[in-house]
Design a protein around this ligand. Sequence first.
Ligand code: ATP
Ligand code: MG
Length: 470
Amino acid sequence: MIKKFIRKILGVKDERDPTEPVVLGPEEHGIDLKLVSPNAIRLTQTLQEAGFKAFVVGGAVRDLLLGVKPKDFDIATDATPEQVKKLFRRAFIIGRRFQIVHVMFGQELLEVTTFRGNGSNNAPKDEHGRVLRDNNFGPQHEDAARRDFTINAMYYDPATQSVLDYHGGIADIREKTLRIIGMPEARYREDPVRMLRVVRFAAKLGFTIEPTTRAPIPVMAPLIDNVPAARVFDEMLKLLLSGHALACLKELRSAGLHHGLLPLLDVVLEQPIGMKFVTLALESTDSRVKAGKGVSPGFLFASLLWHQVLEKWTAYRAAGEAPIPALHLAADDVLETQTDNLALQRRIATDMRDIWAMQPRFERRTGKAPYKLLENPRFRAGYDFLLLRCESGELEMEIGEWWTAFYEAEAGERERLVTQANRPAPVAGEKKKRAPRRGPRNRSSEGADAGAGSNAGSSDSAPTVSNIRE
Ligand code: ATP
Ligand code: MG
C-alpha cells in the first residue's frame, strides 16, 4: 500500500505483467474501421484463416487512434517469412538486417514482419552495441518490447476490432507523450536512429518527449556517426518531407541533436544569414507536403545548402575565378562534403547542381538568353529557387517579378519585357565575362518541376552577379 502510494507520488506507473496486453474494444479505442486499408483487412484475414495470428501494427495503429488515415500499413504475425510468402501470390522476402515480406495488392504494398523475440540480446552487434542483424523470432509480447515507443507498440485486429496494448501506449497517446520502451540508453545504443525518430514523431504529432526518454539524447547523439550514412540520410529525408520539417529542425536543436552529427544540419542551423532562406524553403516544402503535392529532394537540399554554396562562390570569385566556374567549384566543394557524410544520392546531387547552375542565367535578360532559359526543362525548379532568393532578401524583388511577368506573358509582351530590362546597367566595378562551357551535360528531362535533370550546366550566359547582395 505504502509502496503503491510512493510510486504514485513519484509518478511511477503500476507494474503490470508485460506478457499480458490490455485489450480494448472498439467503443474504448474508437478506431474508425473505414480508415483501415481493405487490403490490410484481407491480408490479416488470410493469415488468420491459415491459423496464424495477424495484426495491423506500429505507426498505422498510432495514426488510427489519432483519427488520422495511415499512409501505409504494417502487419505483424507469428507466421515465418516463408509461411507468409506461400499464402500470397505477389509476396517477396526482402532485407538482411530485418527480414520482412512485401505483399503487393495492386499498387498497395504491405509490409509483413514476423514477431521478433528477445533472442536479439545475442544478435550480432558492432563495437558500439548497435544491432547489426536480427532475425530471431519470438512471442508477441517480446515483439512489443522490441518496438521503439509505447505509442508504436500496439496491435489492431480488424476481425475483432480490438487493440492490444502491452506498454501503456493508449495512455501515452491520450497524454500526447513519447516514451521509449525499456531503458532509454540501452535502446539508443542498440539503434541510434531512434533518437532521430523520437524527434520526428514529437514534431509531427505535436507530442512531448517524456523526460527520461529525452535526457540521454544530447550525450548519446554522437552514436549516430556509426550508423551507415544511407540510413541516416533516409531518416533525414523522412524528417524533412514529413510536412513538419521546420518543427523537426527546431526539435532537433532543442534535443541537442544538431551539433557535429549531420553536417547538413550544422550548416542549416548554425548560420543565421541563411536562416531566412532555409525557413522560407522549409515553409514552402511543409505546405506542399500538407497539400499532398510532390516535393523534390533535390530542390529541398539545394535550398538547405545554398548559403554554403553562396559563401564559397563569393570566395572563389574574390580569388579571381570567373563567376560561372566559381559557382561550379563552390558546388563541387559543398556536394563533396555532403555526399561523403550524408550519402546524398547521385541523382539528388545532380538535381541540386542543376538548380544552382541555372541561377546566374536568370540575371541575363538580354537577347535570346531569357527565351533559352525558359525552354530549359528544369526552368520551373530554377525559377522557384530564384523566387526564394528574392523573398529572402538575397536578390532584388524586381528580378523575380520580371521573371514571373516574362514566364506568364504572351510572345509580344515578352519582347517588350526584354527591351525594358536592357535598360539598367550592371553595378559599377563588375566586369562582364563570357562564361566558359563546363563540358556537355546530357541529362534526362522529366518535366519542368523540380526533380528532373537539365542542361543548366552548359550555360552560355554572362552573369553580372549585380543583383547579389554580399
Ligand atoms: P511512419 O511510417 O509514420 O514514419 P512508423 O511508426 O510506422 O511511422 P516505420 O518506420 O514505418 O515507422 O516503422 C513501423 C514500426 O516498426 C514502428 O511503429 C515501430 O513499432 C517499429 N520500428 C520502426 N523502426 C524502429 C526502430 N528503429 N526501433 C524499434 N522499432 C522500430
Ligand atoms: Mg510506417
